[in-house]
Design a protein around this ligand. Sequence first.
Ligand code: G6P
Length: 619
Amino acid sequence: MCGIVGYIGPRNTLGILLNGLSTLEYRGYDSAGVSFIQDGRLELIKKKGYVKELREAVAQAGFTLDDRHTNRISAGIGHTRWATHGAPSDENSHPHMSMNGKLCVVHNGIIENYAELRRFLKKKGYVFASETDTEVAAQLIEYYYGLNDNKDINAAVRRALKDIVGSYALCVLCVDEPDRLICAKKDNPIVLGIGKGENFIASDVTAMIEYTKDVVFLEDNWILTMTKDSVEITDVYGDPVEYKVEAVVWDADSVQKGGYAHFMMKEMHEEPKIFEATVEPRIKDGDIYLEHFPVDEEYMKGIHNINIIACGTAFHAGCVGKYLIEKLCRIPVVCTVASEFIYSDPIIDEHTLTLVISQSGETLDTRNAMKKAKELGSGTLAIVNVIGSTIAREADNVLYTAAGPEISVASTKAYVAQLGCLYLIALKFAHVLGKLDKEKYEYYQNELLQIPDKLEQILRKQTDIQRFASTHFNVESTFFIGRGLDYFLSMETSLKLKEISYIHSEAYAGGELKHGTIALIEDGTLVVCPITQDDLVSKMESNIKEVATRGATVLAIVPERFRDIKFSCDVRFTIPDCDELMAPILGVLPCQIFAYYMAVYKGCDVDKPRNLAKSVTVE
Ligand code: G6P
């Protein structure tokens, strides 16, 4: 969702801000803007539309983005907005300038009592130029700044925050203090990047890793004041807090397309490497190590049930996790969409372990669900990709997926890495519980270690899928049908197709087809059937026959060992053999490639699908 960048230092500030905003585009947005102080004047340029249009507006206004020019800007902030209060428009875009032009504010999050604050400010004579909740923050800070004899912007921000109810990552630029930026955080991420004679802030590290790897993840209720040479972090009362400078392990190349047409394609091609990086270091001498997560027999015997919470793609990984843990460990597992979990009355206590899965580590629904599970007494283990993210910090323990930055909104490599962690967890738990003997335990480890090579083999055949997509991309409706693990695989790949190609798509359990959905199958309907489980072959062949006789075109995805089995499909794509328990990790890749090419042939914006955000920080 919304993205924030801020910079103070000798480089071309506008260049840093606009490049940073371009890097944050993946989060999803509909308008963008910058504000900066040049030669003591507070400037504001903002527009509905993409960063490209903002760049043009900046150039038209006569400002240079060229790093070779001396930087006359003392401080600057930028923002990409994903509309919540007020439609996307130039006026509603951030930054918001206060009525008397003293300061500009960018904000991520929601000010819940904005209507009340707006009424208060209107009575004080403030006039509003937008419909946003953020503008209220700008006016309120200015109001307190005006009342404050010492004219201290930091004090005014802290005073305003006492009145604000809601969530925020807030950044404030004041014309009277042209060399400082003030940031405040509550329930929305903001990262400080520390350089030499320059400092940065951004919603995530991807916007700054080109310049610095030394970062501080701000905590809730911290206030940051930065100049180019100094960093001061206090609590809301102004008392200094202790903070830790961490080193980012991601490199700058990971946020570039590296020759691929889209980030999504690049990220699918990274799957072998990131699966290996997630799994291989955790397997040593025939055993699995889950870092700091203590798993011994006594601990496992104390766990009576497992609860999995996640959203979107991460939820689909969780469904596979439920299947694996129940099958291997014989512990009851409930996997719930985080937004529904919050309103349910789950059976959870101190004998429950909650697995929280999130690529970004910032999804608000998932955070809220984790909070609820903790309140009910459950221990929490988070599977997270973004290092230092909120869920990673708030969970009792974290297992990082080594997927690196995932820029494409449609998650691909992070999903595969999440699966990697879930297989490790299920195998480790099962072994500790005595449900998996040493031989079988090592056999499965070995199977996992062979996955990267097999993913490579699939990537080498991607043109087969491309060819199929090139002749079917204008279908109106697609169904993904699978049974058992293949059903979860179908759910994930159906989501992928609808996210990026806007083709109506549904996933159905093969057995459910006859209970209603089959009524929708007609001439030209496309049906994709992953069939990877040996004992489900004949059942799935019956499903294929049922839809084929009603006019559907069927693409089957099957392992090599099914080569001699006749399916009534139109086209089959073969994936390498593996133990059938591992098949979801291989089966997903051709389906992701399929969704990708369907979207490309339809001319869709693959990496930035309409209406979607990568990191969803609202409920
Ligand atoms: C959004 C994204 C999805 C993602 C989901 C959960 O809806 O568009 O791609 O799967 O959020 O995100 P998380 O970061 O918690 O995995």
